[in-house]
Every structure is written in structure tokens, then in C-alpha cells.
Design a protein. Structure first.
Length: 123
């Protein structure tokens, strides 16, 4: 079973036991986190696709680390104008260990509302 979740403007494919690095989330190390924006879930009974999210499904994880990434150097210059600008940036991030994917009981399976069936053409 796996799910596609959105957090921090990015999408991640996760399954139980995965360790993912996401944009900074507030919380202490060891604290539980719920990711509610689940875009897709694939289980034993097929694929469930959200429009835009799947209702009643959430991914539960635990914060393992809060930290910062490698330094990125931004260097701007304009030739022959004596303009030079050097700047650094370190992005904050959070490591999450996925503990469980909880789906709604009795949720809709198969095609979502508004889907149409293809008819067989003769001839």
C-alpha cells in the first residue's frame, strides 16, 4: 500500500516505514504529524484518486529530525559595472518516518463522480 501526499508545495510517494525529508513543519522531535492532503492511495482493492484530495484518508508519521540543508551560494554580478553580490542560503527541513496510512472505512472505490464509460464501437 502506498499513497501520494502533498506538503510544502511538493508531492511525495510514501508507504509504511519510509523516511522522507519535507519542508519545515512545526513540532518537536518525536511528535506525531498528520498529512491530510492525500492525492492518491493504492491498496489491495485498487487505486483511489482524489479530486483534488481523497476524502477521509490521512498519513500519520513521527518527526525524527529537524535541521537545515547544505548551503547554497547565490552569486550575482554585472560585467563592467563593479556590481557583485554574494549571498548564502540554508533551507530548513524536517525528516518524517511514516507510521501508518489510514483510509476511510466504506469509502468510494473505482471511478470517481463525473467519470464516463467508454462505449464499444461497432463496425
Amino acid at each position: 500500500m502506498y499513497a501520494v501526499v502533498e506538503t510544502g508545495g511538493k508531492q511525495y510517494k510514501v508507504s509504511k516505514g519510509d523516511l522522507i525529508q519535507v519542508e519545515k513543519l512545526s513540532g518537536e522531535i518525536g511528535e506525531k504529524v498528520e498529512l491530510n492532503r492525500v492525492l492518491l492511495i493504492r491498496g489491495d482493492d485498487g487505486v483511489q484518486l482524489g479530486t483534488p484530495t481523497v476524502a477521509g484518508v490521512k498519513v500519520v508519521g513521527r518527526i525524527t529530525t529537524q535541521g537545515r540543508g547544505k548551503k547554497i551560494v547565490i552569486f550575482k554580478h554585472k560585467r563592467r559595472k563593479n556590481y557583485r553580490l554574494k549571498q548564502g542560503h540554508r533551507q530548513y527541513h524536517t525528516w518524517i518516518e511514516i507510521e501508518d496510512i489510514i483510509s476511510a472505512q466504506g469509502g468510494k472505490r473505482g471511478p470517481q463522480k463525473g467519470g464516463r464509460k467508454l462505449q464499444k464501437r461497432e463496425g
